[in-house]
Design a protein around this ligand. Structure first.
Ligand code: ZN
Length: 66
């Protein structure tokens, strides 16, 4: 019994640390890295921007289409 309880505690803890659930759709939010390139009009050079965004059912279509 004690073994099972500690196992459940571990699962609950690791779940809290790694998984965020969206309050709107209830799906787990996964962090993805978006890289977008944009060209500077002054220099003509391409610059790459990185950002991390949380993706869930609410915005996965928007993110995959961009
Ligand atoms: Zn959502």
């Amino acid at each position: 019994m004690a073994k099972g309880k500690s196992f459940m505690d571990k699962v609950a803890k690791s779940g809290q640390d790694t998984t965020i659930h969206c309050p709107e759709c209830g799906e787990s939010i996964s962090m993805i890295k978006l890289i977008s390139s944009e060209r500077s009009e002054k220099t003509g050079a391409y610059r790459f921007k990185q950002k991390f965004v949380g993706m869930c059912k609410c915005n996965e279509n928007d993110l995959s289409s961009t």
